[in-house]
Design a protein around this ligand. Sequence first.
Ligand SMILES: Cc1cc2nc3c(=O)[nH]c(=O)nc-3n(C[C@H](O)[C@H](O)[C@H](O)COP(=O)(O)O)c2cc1C
Length: 193
Amino acid sequence: MITVSIIYHSGTGHTTKMAEAVAKGAGSVADVKVQTIAINGKDIVEGRYKNAAVLEQLDASDAIIFGSPTYMGGPSGQFKCFADATGERWYIGKWKNKVAAGFTVSSGPSGDKLNTLHYFFTLAMQQGMIWIGQSETPMNDKGINRLSSYSGVMAQAGQESPDVAPNAADKLTGEVFGKRVTECTKRWTSGNA
Ligand SMILES: Cc1cc2nc3c(=O)[nH]c(=O)nc-3n(C[C@H](O)[C@H](O)[C@H](O)COP(=O)(O)O)c2cc1C
């Protein structure tokens, strides 16, 4: 049994929809416990993320998938406060060799989402984690990986409500990605199981 955790922030619900899609894909793999954990702004006190229980849940995970809306061309402030709180883990190499991956949502088709994914990547590399990218070939602008992202998953909110956006193609992209990250984690951890 492996544990895959999805830790994400969502201001208005679009990133939550993608977290659910990624969790669905992860949960389709046998013998996996999937945890979907929202970063709650109330856990940020004077600019510091304070939820020790969440960090301990992540300590006990084999894979950690990061999610955030793209705000002003990067991860949300709430996500960054969470990331800064992982500094103690960096110091002792606590997350070394865990699997990492990421997804982000923004209004525009680009909207500088790549910068958010690359921030997740940098966080993962600082923590000594193993980064899994997106492997789906986009066949057209309506299907899987329609936004042509390889560093991780991108989804688009446009100006729509989270009831309709991200669209079905983006959610399917998230689902397939969750499955891939989980399968890769099983392969990576099989020698230690
Ligand atoms: C403060 C702020 C900054 C934003 N910056 C960007 C941006 O740089 N690029 C973009 O395409 N959309 C941007 N947006 C739109 C959000 O990325 C979009 O609404 C996203 O779906 C929000 O996700 P959420 O519903 O999970 O909070 C921004 C929204 C806010 C509130």
